[in-house]
Design a protein around this ligand. Structure first.
Ligand SMILES: *[C@@H]1O[C@H](CO)[C@@H](O)[C@H](O)[C@H]1NC(C)=O
Ligand SMILES: *[C@@H]1O[C@H](CO)[C@@H](O)[C@H](O)[C@H]1NC(C)=O
Ligand SMILES: *[C@@H]1O[C@H](CO)[C@@H](O)[C@H](O)[C@H]1NC(C)=O
Ligand SMILES: *[C@@H]1O[C@H](CO)[C@@H](O)[C@H](O)[C@H]1NC(C)=O
Ligand SMILES: *[C@@H]1O[C@H](CO)[C@@H](O)[C@H](O)[C@H]1NC(C)=O
Ligand SMILES: *[C@@H]1O[C@H](CO)[C@@H](O)[C@H](O)[C@H]1NC(C)=O
Ligand SMILES: *[C@@H]1O[C@H](CO)[C@@H](O)[C@H](O)[C@H]1NC(C)=O
Ligand SMILES: *[C@@H]1O[C@H](CO)[C@@H](O)[C@H](O)[C@H]1NC(C)=O
Ligand SMILES: *[C@@H]1O[C@H](CO)[C@@H](O)[C@H](O)[C@H]1NC(C)=O
Ligand SMILES: *[C@@H]1O[C@H](CO)[C@@H](O)[C@H](O)[C@H]1NC(C)=O
Ligand SMILES: *[C@@H]1O[C@H](CO)[C@@H](O)[C@H](O)[C@H]1NC(C)=O
Length: 452
């Protein structure tokens, strides 16, 4: 049963939520039935010595468990050990359970990962034209899939990929650790993800994806590693996670220029709460820059962002089209962050020269409220687009302690918005007093409460 909830989006000073349904979407837990059948990966000949390649065992086990799809589904149990593998596919109505001290290790031989076609909303691999490496753990057109455990680990052993990336010796775009394509009712919980070659969890064209209580880590120097990337997907909950990355911790995306515009699937209705995010060279919380299908209706609350280059960043560029709008970010604690907030209108590159130079992206209706920052260098950097200025930016109840006197704390161009109780005092563009409010925006959130 879907419960509809109306969020009244008043000005900076208040977001009014209808009655008692003020709980976030993460409160509407997806419910997965226990699986009546369980097999251990060892029954398929896997050896957890960290050396034996177990790709065939994983593939055979999952092929076998497919036959339980119409019998309540099944669990694949991974006991303690170091289980080296190449890429494999999950199946519907499956739980992959990683016991304490179970580690799935990604092979460091690219031939064990395989190559796949680019995503239609990107038209090519993000890093290199053409096809891309297949992710380690894949879900394609699935329903009702769980990856969980007792803090078992999926370790991508990404160091080789980072070296190849840095030395420009890759022939295809790097793979991700876990990718779900066109899938629904997906849960990832109670595990750790380590050292992804590129992204850690990439749900693309998915609905109803919940990510709970996981820790995600890649070293600060790992190039362009990203934690969780909801991409052209909807009904996403991310809660109680610790993510520390080389680049972005959580990045919302929705396709690239003319490919993303043509595919036309937005990322919408997402709720992020109680997360600890760190990103050495990127943003703890990023929107875009690939956003051509649109990004909207995102609620983020109770987040701790630390030791990051940028805290919260909205990115786009001419040629993207699409929009980033109706984003509410509340109750944020920033510590040791160079730039607290950024909205950049010339960020990122194009897939090819066929992008439409008149495809101006829209960025509007962004609320940032109840934010405290310590040891911050730049409060805000808002760099809009002349032909499509950023509008309805609302800043409320923000206090940042700035550690530099040499730089101006706010940098603003082609942006307008409102602020109240913001310290240091924002640029005039963000202190519009010609109207008393951002206007009341209605935001309809489709809640879900489905028992599979
Ligand atoms: C995994 O899924 C992809 C996409 O559906 C498919 O092309 C590939 O053959 C599958 N691999 C295996 C081993 O089933
Ligand atoms: C989080 O996961 C760990 C194991 O990874 C488990 O011990 C803990 O109870 C989980 N917490 C919640 C709230 O589920
Ligand atoms: C899970 O294990 C990781 C290390 O692999 C650790 O950093 C994290 O704190 C653990 N999480 C829980 C909830 O025990
Ligand atoms: C890229 O292709 C070249 C030529 O086939 C090969 O020698 C090289 O090992 C490949 N690079 C990677 C990282 O696989
Ligand atoms: C995560 O672990 C906790 C504690 O063991 C357990 O209560 C919870 O059900 C687990 N979550 C899932 C989705 O398995
Ligand atoms: C996240 O970090 C906090 C504080 O260090 C810890 O209490 C919590 O268990 C961690 N959660 C996970 C999922 O690792
Ligand atoms: C501010 O942050 C920087 C870098 O994160 C750190 O080196 C410095 O010690 C911090 N300053 C204070 C006063 O905490
Ligand atoms: C100011 O904070 C930034 C970000 O935390 C840090 O990089 C820089 O070193 C800090 N400067 C001082 C003088 O602490
Ligand atoms: C902080 O951001 C400013 C402006 O983007 C940049 O010039 C400076 O190098 C950054 N500082 C660090 C330590 O990265
Ligand atoms: C302002 O923000 C702080 C910290 O985020 C919070 O504790 C406080 O309750 C907020 N004040 C109002 C009036 O919402
Ligand atoms: C103030 O808002 C009005 C209407 O929303 C807009 O036309 C005007 O450009 C804004 N002024 C500034 C300084 O941003």
């Amino acid at each position: 049963m879907a419960v509809a909830l109306l969020l009244l989006w008043a000005l900076c000073n208040a977001i009014r939520v209808n009655g008692e349904e003020s709980n976030g979407r993460c409160d509407h837990k997806l419910k997965f039935n226990p699986r009546p059948h369980s097999v251990s990966i060892q029954e398929f000949g896997a050896i957890g010595d960290g050396k034996t390649l177990n790709t065939i065992a994983f593939r055979n086990a999952i092929f076998y468990l497919k036959s339980f799809a119409d019998k309540g589904g099944a669990q694949l149990y991974v006991p303690p050990g170091r289980w080296l593998t190449g890429s494999f596919n999950l199946t519907s109505h499956l739980t992959l359970f990683l016991e304490k001290d179970a580690i799935i290790l990604g092979s460091q031989d690219p031939s064990h990962w395989g190559i796949v076609e680019p995503l239609p909303s990107y038209g090519r691999g993000i890093e290199l034209p053409g096809r891309r490496y297949r992710s380690l753990v894949n879900g394609y057109m699935l329903r009702d899939v769980v990856i969980t455990g007792d803090n078992g680990t999926i370790d991508g052993q990404g160091s080789v990929w980072w070296e190849w990336f840095t030395s420009h010796s890759l022939n295809y775009t790097r793979p991700h650790l876990v990718e779900f394509v066109s899938s629904e009712y997906v849960l990832v919980s109670n595990i750790s993800l380590l050292n992804a070659p590129a992204y850690n969890i990439h749900p693309v064209y998915c609905s109803n994806v919940h990510i709970h209580n996981i820790s995600v880590y890649a070293p600060p120097e790992s190039p362009y590693t990203v934690g969780i990337v909801p991409d052209s997907s909807d009904n996403i909950c991310i809660e109680d996670c610790n993510i520390s990355m080389g680049h972005d911790a959580i990045a919302f995306k929705s396709g690239w220029d003319e490919y993303g515009i043509a595919y036309g699937r937005p990322t919408t209705i997402a709720h992020v709460r109680r997360v600890d995010l760190r990103s050495s060279t990127g943003s703890s919380l990023a929107f875009g820059s690939e956003m051509s299908g649109g990004i909207s209706d995102i609620l983020v609350e109770e987040v701790h962002l630390y030791d990051s280059l940028t805290g919260i960043e909205f990115r786009t560029t001419i040629g993207r089209g699409g929009y980033i709008k109706e984003i509410m970010i509340s109750d944020v604690d920033l510590l040791n962050v160079n730039t607290s907030f950024a909205a950049i209108g010339d960020y990122g590159s194009h897939p090819d020269d066929k992008f439409d130079p008149d495809a101006f992206p829209v960025l509007e209706k962004i609320t940032l409220q109840n934010i405290i920052g310590t040891n911050i260098t730049i409060a805000g950097n808002f760099k809009g687009i002349e032909e499509s200025p950023f509008t309805f930016i609302c800043l409320s109840n923000i206090s940042l302690s700035i550690n530099s006197t040499s730089l101006s704390p706010w940098q603003c161009s082609y942006v307008s918005g409102f602020s109240e109780s913001v310290f240091p005092e924002p640029c005039p563009e963000l202190m519009n007093s010609s109207t008393s409010s951002c206007g009341i925006l209605m935001l309809e959130l489709q809640f879900y409460n489905i028992i599979l």
